[in-house]
Design a protein around this ligand. Structure first.
Ligand code: ADE
Ligand code: ZN
Length: 348
């Protein structure tokens, strides 16, 4: 596997590395299914009496070489077959939170894709209750607060998204937002306008993936069609100054995932990332991990890799961490706590 850090022009400055360790982090773009490490996949397969099509954990990791988004999604959906019981979803969530805690994550708004599981006959109750069990235990153990995001698969019909939203109604008081993910090319946002309008009328916030493989025009189209308050990825917005200005004027946050973008060949190397252009334009961009078990880097690795590759400064890091707090759906008091903690972390 190529080393995603090898395209960094220089080693990371020790003081910046220390600052990154200290930053209280808010993660706004992580798919719980994308945190399934091979070791846990093996454990769950054994527990559920399922066979995996690989001989070893090393073989699985060696297979994680992707040519584009779809080549990754094919592997990612297949691996989800080991997630069967409520306890599996709880274990998956708790394993991610333990890792996030080690990286200084204080608040997380993770995605889950119910349709990946309900289409295999898993009851939505087991999926959601298992994840909520894990989030509650993680808050107790690590103090990590959270807001869960129910994400629709855009390659499935709109009727399936509508049915998923209806099936999730008993849990909507414990879900903060709806999202839209999966294959961007060929699956535009507009057909999901009614689903998102219904979700927003039920009091949910809205986010959606756009401008990852798709071009900059998908970003304003997604904002207009779905009424989102964040765009997931959105890094192609940097190709069009008018789109960046729209993001600045509307205060919409971008949840960028630097290592994911290199692994899925959105950018050929990390130093071609558009994050510096977005920061310079005043876009509220943030740093996140997307599917860390598949891309070989959690949120701290993403901060380190992009800082080294682009030569980001302490001020840039402060801005990125503050953007994540401000762009989160946390309660105002929680945002204030995190802002105070961030001020202490950068003033040492
Ligand atoms: N689902 C999981 N990761 C994704 C990504 N990077 N883009 C779209 N859908 C996804
Ligand atoms: Zn994603």
């Amino acid at each position: 596997m190529s080393n995603v850090f090898s395209d960094a022009p220089g080693a990371l400055d020790a003081e910046l590395a220390e600052l990154i360790n200290r930053l209280p982090k808010v993660e706004l773009h992580v798919h719980l299914e994308g945190t399934l490490e091979p070791e846990l996949a093996y454990r769950l397969a054994g527990r559920n009496g399922l066979a995996l099509p690989f001989g070893s954990v090393e073989e699985i990791r060696a297979a994680y070489e992707f040519s584009d988004l779809q080549s990754f999604l094919d592997v990612y959906y297949a691996a989800c077959s080991v997630l069967v019981t409520r306890e599996d979803f709880r274990d998956l969530t708790l394993a991610y939170l333990a890792r996030a805690h080690a990286d200084g994550v204080r608040h997380v708004e993770p995605f889950f894709d119910p349709q990946t599981h309900t289409t295999r006959g898993i009851p939505i109750a087991d999926v959601i209750d298992g994840i909520l069990d894990g989030l509650a235990e993680g808050e107790h153990l690590y103090g990590i607060t959270s807001g869960l995001i129910l994400s629709f698969l855009r390659h499935l019909p709109v009727d399936s998204a509508n049915a998923t939203l209806a099936a999730a109604e008993p849990w909507l008081d414990r879900i903060v937002a709806v999202g839209l993910d999966s294959s961007e090319i060929g699956f535009p946002p507009e057909p999901f306008a009614g689903t998102f309008a219904r979700a927003r009328s039920l009091g949910l916030r809205a986010v959606a993936h756009a401008g990852e493989e798709g071009d900059a025009s998908l970003v304003p189209r997604t904002i207009d069609a779905l009424g989102v308050s964040r765009i997931d990825h959105g890094v192609r917005a940097a190709d069009d100054p008018a789109v960046m200005q729209r993001l600045v004027d509307s205060g919409i946050t971008l949840t960028a995932c630097p290592i994911s973008n290199v692994r899925l060949r959105v950018f050929p190397t990390m130093d071609r990332s558009t994050i510096r252009t977005l920061l310079a334009a005043g876009v509220a961009v943030t740093i996140n991990s997307d599917d860390p078990a598949y891309f070989g880097g959690y949120i701290g690795d993403n901060y380190r890799a992009i800082t080294a590759a682009l030569g980001l400064t302490a001020d840039d890091l402060h801005r990125l961490a503050a953007n994540a707090i401000e762009g989160s759906f946390a309660a105002p008091e929680r945002k204030q706590e995190l802002t105070n903690e961030l001020a202490r972390a950068v003033c040492r």
